[in-house]
Write a new protein. Sequence first.
Length: 431
Amino acid sequence: MSAIAEETIQPCPECDSEIRGDSRFTLWCTACDWNVDPAAPEPDLGRLERAGRALARRHGEQLLTEMLSGSDGRPRRDASAVAATVLASAVHGITVALAVGGVWCMVAGWGGAGIVAGLVLLALAWLLAPRPGRLPEGRPVLLRADAPELFALVDDVARAVGTPSVHAIAVNGSINAAVTTYGIRGRRLLILGMPLWEILTPEERIALLGHELAHYANGDLRNGLVVGSAVRSLTVWHDIVRPIAHPTGLELIVNALYVLPRLVIGGLLILLLRLTSRAGIRAEYLADRMAAHTASTPAAVGLMDRLLVTESLGVWLRTEANRAALRGPRSTRNAAERADELWERLTAYVASIPEHEYERQRRAGARRGHQVDATHPPTHLRRAALLAGQSEAADAAAVTPQAHESDVIATELATARSEVARRLLRGALDD
């Protein structure tokens, strides 16, 4: 997809209004919304995903109404939260019971059968036990000594949010950002998708950091140690009892034995989703509010708009990778130059996206309840909440970019951004 606008003019097939658009993007009518959402219907997402998305949509609307009515939206330890914690503890109790049962079988004096049964139970307990996260392998990971200016910015944002800062920053090729933990001590990790970072203004980058760091402070049960690890364990169980595709005669029997456990495990997962969905959606709204407090409402809204065109950015990056493959191998120097130039071309492409494409994405999102995934409220509701609270957030941003800061941070990220660009040109678009 080119970075050069290609204007197109045609009458609307529905209302005959004049349509002025850019042929690189979907042509649609602003008067009657003809062709505003031409995307094919999504494939069947499965029972768990459908349930999660339905809950995200319903709770997103309910919580938006509450926040617009003046609610502070702060996390509450309500009955759902208590029930979710109890259920999650029971899930972990099963893992503990498997481990205890395995040890008991091995020492009960049943001979070889007891040892085999014990090993099977211990293997299951090991498979299902919660595991601490790890630093990503094969991706650039920055520590404080590697990028002091970037960490100083993250520290400033963390103070504004009211939470401790991160211990490491991983850089990858996703059009996204996230926070998580790693290691037994639960050290904090910020994951920055370089394509997203590159297309944001300095103010929008601060909003992005404010949103992500706010997740550490907003009491989202799904990211907590007890409930979050229980969801992961149940997901593993659900995958273990997945029906075997194209089964043989014996595998048909195995599939039949899987039916009841899969229904029970799926039911437990849906129940945990129901119990934690509202808290998770509230955490997203609160993170958006904190992003506006940290960087200003216009910056947070600008970030939201950039997220609307991530699909187009993914297509653009894959096109660039295909072009690089067609050019074939070049010298190491040319490859490095192409990698560095990728970010300039990406920034130019994003700058060329017309406003009517952003507006189309907003209207299409409102029609289909657009959401990033089952843990986020629809994006158009998040944007509405930010705009509704703009008068309350009229004070100066808590963190403002400094004149020299962006250049220094770019220098600190130079090696990582070149490595990520080379991966992207090889077609490795990170998840």
